[in-house]
Design a protein around this ligand. Structure first.
Ligand SMILES: [Zn+2]
Length: 429
């Protein structure tokens, strides 16, 4: 794993090897500015030539992939777990305020006339996710001289698919065009088998009129079907199979395919604001899928998707074997009172036996973070990657690894070994 380098004036330079960083540190020509990710700052003036670094962002509702490539190498690779507790917390706050109105306390006026949603307003839960995604890009920009940011916004490009029903896009397994067409078909048939409507299984592209009976590769002759249906249908046409309506429906093109989720729109516009619109480019899921499976031959994961997004189509890069794990956590607890009638003032200290929440610790040989503390009794330690409880440990058996800074917990973790090729264009989506 590379060591990130800042110039004498604090500008990010190209990352270096651990060996060279060690020499710089030993000869006191550099100092450590951050342990995670390991970053050094040079103590002497250098030229500030940098090569273009591209960042790929795979947005998601729970997990976000971030990767950076330069010189046909992956230099940064991370998975970020977003907060999912926000809407629940807002509901709790709303309930507290509402019950307060019927209690014998100072009256809290109901607010209803001062509510106006500005254009571009997002629900708080989604806003937090969009802003965390952008924050992760800023995090990368602090240690790498990024020149371009690629963001995946949809599964396929509607511009290129303006008239896929008649244009020459044909289904060829493995080709980029095939991936585009497959995503189009998946959207057209709502990601479920056209015959039995099962979803969540491996779906295949299926010919309504079989090729053996003169059926074409045109989009209007293709549907998405599960393997059992595909097998049972055999060499029959859809009408003979008992689904004449599917044959009729297949001729209608997909409407409003330009759907981009609001969170992705927000991410793209926030990135354009902060980094300049000319440095932000959009990518599509079919390109990512083609690049990840056919060119890079990587298994499905958010970080590897981000690597595929950061590459130019057809560019071969070597992924890292270790990456970062970022888990977004609240920056604090703001509850003032608790109890059934809010009769108890919350007096819980910031530190319990010198431990804060969300500190990275080693407990019973496992690495996790402090998710719950008790004045007397064991602390709850959770896994940074899955968020599941690892152990309950008394605080004196904990070993502090790092404190939580910047609203997230950073850990390193090894990436899965590269496995065999995923099932090409008939992989589950
Ligand atoms: Zn089926």
């Amino acid at each position: 794993m590379k060591v990130f380098v800042l110039s004498h004036s604090g500008k990010p330079l190209m990352p270096t090897t651990p060996r060279r960083a060690r020499i710089f540190l030993k000869t006191r020509r550099a100092r450590v500015v951050s342990r995670e990710p390991f970053t050094i700052q040079l103590r002497f003036e250098t030229t500030t030539h940098t090569q273009p670094v591209t960042v790929g962002v795979d947005t998601g509702s729970q997990t976000v992939g971030i990767a950076a490539t330069a010189n046909r190498q992956v230099v940064f690779q991370a998975e970020m777990h977003l907060r999912t507790d926000i809407s629940g917390k807002l509901i709790q706050r709303r309930q507290y305020r509402r019950t307060r109105r019927s209690r014998k306390t100072r009256y809290r006026a109901a607010r209803w006339a001062n509510r106006r949603k500005s254009s571009g307003w997002l629900p708080p839960s989604l806003r937090a996710k969009a802003e965390a995604t952008v924050k992760a890009v800023r995090f990368v920009a602090r240690v790498l001289p990024i020149s371009q940011i690629n963001v995946e916004i949809g599964s396929f490009d509607t511009q290129k698919m303006q008239n896929p029903e008649v244009s020459g896009v044909s289904y060829q397994q493995g080709q980029l065009q095939g991936y585009l067409l497959r995503e189009y078909l998946l959207a057209k048939w709502q990601r479920q088998c056209a015959y039995c409507h099962t979803s969540g299984v491996a779906l295949q592209v299926e010919h309504l009129i079989p090729k053996s009976r003169g059926g074409s590769d045109r989009t209007s002759n293709l549907v998405i079907a599960c393997e059992p249906c595909n097998k049972r249908k055999g060499t029959r046409t859809a009408a003979e199979f008992g689904y004449p309506e599917i044959q009729a429906q297949a001729r209608r093109p997909l409407k409003d395919a330009a759907h981009v989720s609001s969170i992705k729109t927000a991410v793209v516009s926030l990135l354009a604001q902060q980094f300049g619109a000319e440095r932000v480019a959009v990518r599509y899921g079919y390109e990512t899928k083609y690049q990840r499976i056919q060119v890079l031959n990587l298994p499905k994961s958010h970080a590897y998707d981000a690597v595929a997004i950061a590459c130019a189509i057809g560019e071969v890069v070597k992924p890292l074997t270790t990456g970062y794990q970022l888990r977004c956590v609240p920056r604090g607890h703001y509850q003032l009172y608790n109890g059934k009638h809010s009769e108890h003032k919350v007096w819980a200290p910031q530190k319990v036996k010198s431990w804060k929440l969300y500190e990275l610790v080693e407990a019973k040989g496992q690495i996790g973070y402090i998710a719950g503390r008790r004045l007397t009794g064991a602390f709850v330690v959770k896994d940074g990657r899955s968020g599941k409880a690892l152990a309950e440990v008394t605080p004196r058996k904990l070993l502090r690894l790092a404190r939580c800074v910047g609203g997230w917990i950073i850990t390193r973790f090894p990436f899965p070994h590269i496995t065999g090729k995923e099932g090409g264009a008939s992989s589950p989506s």
